[in-house]
Design a binder for this molecule. Structure first.
Ligand code: S3P
Length: 183
């Protein structure tokens, strides 16, 4: 039985993992960690600069190291980066060490939310829609396989989404208390 000591948010760029994660953490009175922000804090530089200097492989290594460190804790909300599910070792940790919430988002919504974003190296592509489609083809099966629970965005604000999702999680956990994250 999964003891679910933590709440992990997975999903693609622009799904609102960081904002919704922060609000869920407030709601459930748990500390919130944003994995990208933690990588930036540890390295003292931006994700974009890490990609530039060390390539995606360097970023993934750092991401995995920190994920392992945080997954060893109990009682946290962790907003992961969109590609954190790629490494099998990360997936094993997410599965074993927490309740995994997938924030499902359409490419259309991602394009809208990320329209002005210049911080995400993987969006630096001539055709952003095609890039996001490609990423989704590879990653959606991984998100699906990992998710204990998934919620689709409804084009609402992150504040509204977080309140709605908190309610859905509470209902879900009432039905299946064993899968409840520590809150
Ligand atoms: C990435 C998503 C980003 C960040 C990095 C790579 C990805 O995080 O980790 O730019 O591979 O999808 P967000 O999902 O928080 O944007």
């Amino acid at each position: 039985m999964n003891p679910s000591p933590n709440l992990f948010l997975i999903g693609p760029m622009g799904a609102g993992k960081s904002s919704i994660g922060r609000r869920l953490a407030e709601h459930f009175r748990m500390p919130c960690i944003d994995l990208d922000a933690a990588v930036e804090e540890r390295t003292g530089t931006s994700v974009a600069t890490i990609f530039e200097i060390e390539g995606e492989a360097g970023f993934r290594r750092r991401e995995s190291e920190l994920l392992a460190e945080f997954a060893a804790r109990d009682g946290i909300v962790l907003a992961t980066g969109g590609g954190a599910v790629l490494a099998p070792a990360n997936r094993a940790l997410l599965r074993e060490r927490g309740f995994v919430l997938w924030l499902e988002t359409s490419v259309e919504q991602q394009l809208q939310r990320l329209a002005r974003d210049r911080q995400r190296p993987l969006l630096d592509a001539p055709d952003r829609r095609e890039r996001l489609d490609q990423l989704a083809r590879v990653r959606d099966p991984l998100y699906r396989e990992l998710a204990d629970f998934s919620v689709a965005g409804e084009g609402e604000s992150c504040q509204h989404a977080a309140a709605r999702i908190a309610g859905l999680l509470e209902q879900h956990w009432q039905r299946t208390p064993a899968a409840r994250a520590t809150a």
